[in-house]
Design a protein around this ligand. Structure first.
Ligand code: ATP
Ligand code: MG
Length: 250
């Protein structure tokens, strides 16, 4: 495990082996709550195509402000809201998440949505997590205001409300308005915490566009993720026959 950052305490169950010896959800926090103490697990869902500093900063801020013991990033296997474009292979998105969170001892990545196969629905993920963790672990689903706005369209949104607390966070261009709060109330009897996130106007779409046009993504994601994008040639336009090397992550 990476060395703990200055001024931080070790997460409750970091590095502990799963009861059966085999991690089911994630390596670092599989036994969270096994000691009977109350714990809060943050869940950061997304396509992460690619993961960027907006995702990471929101998760860290939620961990600190909402008293989360750990945050697990769960890349969607087959995101139903992104059928309009070709999503990068799950293995690459998962690996980029791994590279991005490795140095934070409070973060981990889970492949449960990818492993499950088929279309990805949040309700299935939360049911799986609820079945895995004891009842003293509160599940806290972190989501940006843009995603929250579509919450009424989520499959079994009312059931989701019974499975997890919702941590709704602001995103540049997407404030948490009264209308958003009404939409959440309409979707189910949610326990909601609202968080004013540090405004970082960054998106995966923008990173993809930058790489495709040969512009820099330095500082917009972790250096290791940038290197991975470059090595794998992700997001670069496919060169025409006879053309030189395509754009790469700079
Ligand atoms: P894309 O542009 O491909 O949609 P994205 O940047 O929106 O990518 P997603 O993987 O779609 O990233 O988002 C995962 C979650 O992270 C969502 O809940 C989204 O609202 C939140 N999120 C992403 N970027 C930010 C940001 N800059 N600030 C706050 N929340 C964010
Ligand atoms: Mg998005």
């Amino acid at each position: 495990m990476a060395a703990l950052e200055e001024g931080t305490a070790a997460p409750q169950a970091a590095g502990a082996a799963a009861p059966e010896g085999k991690p089911v959800v994630c390596t670092r926090f599989d036994s969270l709550g096994a000691d009977g103490r109350s714990a809060r697990l943050g869940i950061m869902g997304g396509t992460f195509d690619p993961i960027h500093i907006g995702h990471l900063a929101v998760a860290e801020q939620a961990r600190e402000e909402m008293g989360l013991d750990a945050v697990v990033f769960i890349p969607a296997g087959n995101p139903v809201f992104k059928r309009d474009r070709a999503v990068t292979p799950a293995a690459d998105r998962l690996e980029m998440c791994r590279l991005a969170v490795e140095s934070n001892p409070f973060f981990d990545v889970s492949s449960i949505e990818i492993d499950r196969g088929g279309d990805t629905y949040t309700v299935d993920t939360l049911r799986q997590l609820r079945a895995h963790y004891p009842s003293n672990v509160e599940l806290c689903f972190i989501t940006g205001a843009d995603a929250v706005a579509s919450i009424v369209k989520w499959r079994e949104s009312a059931a989701i409300a019974g499975l997890a607390r919702l941590i709704a966070v602001t995103r540049p261009g997407f404030p948490l308005t009264c209308a958003t709060r009404d939409q959440i109330a309409e979707a189910g009897r949610f326990d909601v915490s609202y968080m004013q996130a540090t405004a970082l106007s960054v998106s995966s779409s923008d990173l993809r566009a930058r790489v495709a046009s040969g512009r820099s993504i330095r500082y917009l994601t972790m250096a290791r993720v940038r290197d991975y994008i470059q090595e794998r040639g992700l997001y670069a336009p496919v060169p025409e026959a006879g053309e030189g090397k395509g754009a790469s992550a700079r």
